[in-house]
Design a protein around this ligand. Structure first.
Ligand SMILES: *Cc1c(COP(=O)(O)O)cnc(C)c1O
Length: 431
């Protein structure tokens, strides 16, 4: 399979190079040159499969030309070694629980797959590969855990000191092995700037192979198509349904739209936002106005200029009227998000995290207009990951799942640096 850039359809780049580069040379994002459409009998078989088997089937379609079958199957099974159960919350509304991986957020799927696919391509390279990732929390933990122990790859997680939750910090700063935490005495924007400067530093990139694990990397977003099929496989045959996707950078949404192109029989997609609603406004007005993000309690969606939006435009040939046939936008303030979490918990006993709560409510509102359809919202993180906000709403302490609790007692190890590129560069050169 070849990949083109969203800025240049004539560009043709192979999988390995697209993976290593992350971003296309012209600054666009990579897209597959053709999206495979599943045969009817493959679709029927998928309905009987668990998530790992679906992942193996679909990764063969997506990456089978570039990776030998046995190895692809093995790395896919290693990456996708947990399920994404569909849980009925109430009549006509289901939660697709994406938090059963090691860091309890959906990013585990993409990060674990990317790590192993990259590991496959770099296995025979003499030099180590250095993955740089800037994080405000969730991405760092998913990427660090995804790459833990993958040979030939070192990960450097840059995060703003004191600005990620203590638990999130522990999830990437206590692992050791091939994972290092770079504690930047600055903001998230500083972290992003340092990472960008490193990628653009010609002298440095001649000495070291650097790559990115942010959601612009195609091997992070494409595998997320797996669980959209898994959701469908768990619905009653013939159910007419839609997805409601709590969104920030829109990697998850893009994967859903790709799943639809592959033949998933879904009716429509809802785009659920917190007050950072640039896409909801775009859907309403047709004009895209990026802006600085505003902090909210659903902070993994605090994005003012979603990076994967160009991929969505590309899928629909830049046509607003076409996009709005497949997507409808909803957005919620923090006050509303708290109200939703409380109400759903009281009325159904189901506990949403702040991100999933936006997805639930969008599904609920859409169903009022389309009562015949079944809504599936993506529950993108375990509520205990956001326990401060959730506990305040329900007035009860949440128990930390074992996988999270295990991190609490471990010792943090970080490399503190000032938000200064020469210092970051010196750190990298010493690796
Ligand atoms: C990253 C994240 C999102 C947003 O996903 P995108 O693919 O960036 O749209 C939503 N919820 C949680 C919990 C996340 O970690």
């Amino acid at each position: 399979m070849h990949y083109y850039s969203t800025k240049n359809k004539n560009l043709r780049i192979g999988l390995k190079e697209a993976l290593l580069r992350g971003l296309a040379p012209d600054g666009g994002l990579f897209m597959p040159a053709s999206i495979p459409v599943l045969k009817r009998d493959t679709l029927e078989k998928i309905r009987e499969m668990d998530l790992s088997d679906i992942a193996v089937t679909l990764s063969r379609e997506l990456f089978g030309e570039d990776v030998p079958e046995k190895e692809l199957e093995q790395l896919t099974r290693e990456a996708v070694n947990f399920d994404t159960p569909l849980v009925q919350v109430e009549e006509g509304i289901h939660s697709l629980e994406l938090f059963h991986g090691p860091t309890l957020a959906f990013k585990d799927v993409g990060a674990r797959f990317l790590a192993r696919l990259l590991g496959h391509f770099t296995r025979d390279m003499e030099q180590e590969i250095h993955v740089l990732v800037a994080t405000s929390g969730d991405t760092g933990s998913a990427v660090a855990n995804g790459f833990l122990g993958v040979k030939g790859i070192r990960v450097h997680v840059c995060y703003p000191s004191g600005l990620v939750s203590p638990l999130q910090e522990k999830q990437f700063s206590t692992l050791g092995e091939n994972i290092s935490a770079v504690e930047v005495q600055g903001s998230f924007d500083d972290c992003q700037r340092l990472v960008k400067e490193a990628f653009m530093d010609k002298e440095l990139t001649q000495k070291m192979t650097l790559t990115s694990a942010n959601s612009i990397n195609l091997a992070r977003f494409l595998p997320q198509a797996f669980y959209y099929f898994r959701a469908w496989a768990q619905l009653e045959p013939g159910t007419e349904f839609f997805f409601s996707v709590p969104s920030g950078n829109y990697g998850n949404m893009t994967a859903g739209l790709v799943a639809r192109e592959m033949g998933l029989p879904v009716q429509t997609f809802l785009s659920a936002n917190n007050i950072n609603d640039v896409i909801a406004s775009y859907l309403l007005t047709g004009s895209y106005k990026p802006r600085l993000s505003t902090p909210t309690i659903a902070n993994a969606m605090d994005v003012g200029d979603p990076s994967n939006f160009v991929r969505i435009l590309d899928l629909f040939c830049q046509k607003h009227e076409w996009i709005t046939q497949h997507m409808e936008g909803y957005s919620y303030s923090d006050t509303q998000i708290r109200e939703i979490i409380g109400r759903v918990y009281r009325e159904t006993g189901y506990l949403c995290d702040p991100h999933g709560a936006t997805g639930y409510q969008a599904a609920k509102s859409y169903r009022e207009k389309h009562p015949g359809l079944t809504g599936v919202f993506l529950e993108t993180a375990h509520p205990a990951k956001f326990r401060e906000s959730v506990e305040e709403v329900i007035g009860k302490e949440l128990e930390l799942p074992e996988r999270l609790a295990a991190f609490v007692t471990k010792e943090k190890q970080s490399h503190p640096i000032r938000p200064d590129y020469t210092e970051f560069r010196k750190y990298l050169c010493n690796q």
